[in-house]
Design a protein around this ligand. Structure first.
Ligand code: GDP
Ligand code: MG
Length: 162
């Protein structure tokens, strides 16, 4: 079996967009709005000659308990099954309480984590990315999953972590 790289993060941060970017095709469903219910989806992937299973934590069910508990639950399962985790944060929003919640799960799980500071579409966003050092997960990789900016460095670090 190939090593497993799980993509986790809050709804709408660009996880599926990043998955499509890595796959080189539009396979994962990208939504403009959070809260679409989908299962975790696995894809065979390859980067720089390294094969791995890429897991998109597809969607989150909004219920009366709120979206945040569901995010944590989904993330926990994906993290448990992964060899390494690609944690995606929306750098334009910055770290939210939900992001901090996932960080705690990641610490507990003890899996290698690569931090993707997504939606850095241009140089002006670099400062937003740097602010994510505060999460304590090491270097934030500034990325635009939408345009492909920075994905090479991110994926190099991710496959190194597997
Ligand atoms: P997910 O819920 O985390 O899987 O997020 P999606 O991949 O479905 O993306 C949510 C929204 O963010 C969509 O409208 C995407 O087009 C947008 N998005 C994703 N990545 C980027 C990015 O790098 N830059 C910008 N500007 N928008 C992005
Ligand atoms: Mg998605």
């Amino acid at each position: 079996a190939w090593p497993v790289l799980a993509v986790v993060g809050r709804p709408n941060v660009g996880k599926s967009t990043l998955v499509n970017r890595i796959l080189g095709r539009r396979e994962a469903v990208v939504e403009d709005m959070p809260g679409v219910t989908r299962d975790r989806v696995s894809y065979p992937a390859e980067w720089a000659g390294r094969r791995f299973t890429l897991v998109d934590t597809g969607g989150w069910e909004v219920d009366v308990a709120g979206i945040e508990a569901r995010v944590a639950q989904q993330a926990e399962v994906a993290i448990a099954l992964a060899d390494a985790v690609l944690f995606v944060v929306d750098a334009t929003v910055g770290a939210t309480d939900t992001d901090e919640q996932v960080v705690r799960l990641l610490r507990r799980a003890g899996k290698p984590v690569v931090l993707c500071a997504n939606k850095v579409d241009g140089p002006a966003g670099e400062a937003d990315a740097a602010a994510l050092w505060a999460l304590g997960l090491g270097e934030p990789f500034p990325v635009s999953a939408l345009h492909g900016r920075g994905t090479g460095d991110l994926l190099e670090a991710a496959v190194d972590a597997l």
